[in-house]
Ligand binder design. Structure first.
Ligand SMILES: O=C(CO)COP(=O)(O)O
Length: 262
């Protein structure tokens, strides 16, 4: 298996104003000693209004933390009230942008075609899309989750060249596990992450499949992260609620890197 460095990304969702963001980022950097970043990549994904503050702090203290947005417009500029472009995120030093989160798909009606345009917009501006996929409870109960998730993958990546697909991070987030306290079992997470990787292999080739990081998201906590990232095809976690507490998130990152904080 190709060596893939795990990524632990904290999706703050619509939490923490820009002043709180400064506090949380400082505490996270203080709580997680530098050596852990050799083993895991650590990212925070704050609301748009916090990004400038996070950028200033990360730059000033040369923190090894990366950051990104939670969404972007498929367009580059123009009359799109309320939207934020990939160019704007790139200008703020963002590394990542979440695309296709289930909360965007459900609450804002985003479909695979729009997600595909957003993936392209992110890549156009040198951002790494964290492309979220995942089935709802009804699909899981019908046993159709693998087919459902690979179809979402195909839709989101339709028409993309293999060397672009190689730049993407995937996140398998079963909707029934988000914010519910129900985590997919390690074998459930591994099953879908493996199927997504095999689909990448089929469509985009072995080197792409072996290189792309596939995260798991949905009620990831300090007590389950280590087992999740030990799975062959799970290369990290997209963490919601548990990323809001900086000391707790630092502990979670350390556990993903192989051991608790000293
Ligand atoms: O949606 C998620 C991350 O993007 C997961 O959220 P929770 O970790 O709060 O379940």
């Amino acid at each position: 298996m190709a060596a893939r460095k795990p990524l632990i990304a904290g999706n703050w969702k619509m939490n923490l104003n820009h002043l709180e963001a400064i506090g949380v980022t400082q505490k996270l950097a203080f709580a997680l000693p530098g050596k852990y970043y050799d083993v895991v990549d650590v990212a925070v994904l704050p609301p748009f209004t916090d990004l400038r503050s996070v950028q200033t702090l990360v730059d000033a203290d040369a923190m090894p933390i990366t950051y990104g947005g939670q969404d972007l417009s498929p367009e580059d500029s123009g009359a799109f009230t309320g939207d934020v472009s990939g160019a704007m995120l790139a200008k703020l030093g963002c590394t990542w942008v979440v695309v296709g989160h289930s909360e965007r798909r459900t609450i804002h009606g985003e479909d695979d075609a729009l997600v595909n345009r957003k993936v392209r917009a992110a890549l156009r501006h040198g951002l790494t899309p964290i492309l979220c996929l995942g089935e709802g409870e009804d699909v899981r109960e019908a046993g159709d989750h693998v087919r459902y998730c690979t179809a979402q993958l195909d839709g989101a990546l339709e028409g993309l060249a293999a060397d672009d697909v190689a730049k993407i991070v995937l996140a398998y987030e079963p909707v029934w596990a988000i914010g519910t306290g129900k985590t997919a079992g390690v074998s459930d997470a591994q099953e879908v992450c493996h199927a997504l990787r095999e689909r990448l292999r089929e469509v985009h080739g072995g080197p792409v499949a072996d290189g792309v990081r596939i995260l798991y998201g949905g009620s990831v906590k300090s007590d389950n992260v280590a087992d999740l990232v030990k799975s062959d095809d799970v290369d990290g976690a997209l963490v919601g609620g548990a990323s809001l507490n900086p000391e707790g998130f630092a502990e979670l990152c350390a556990l993903a890197a192989g051991g608790p904080l000293p």
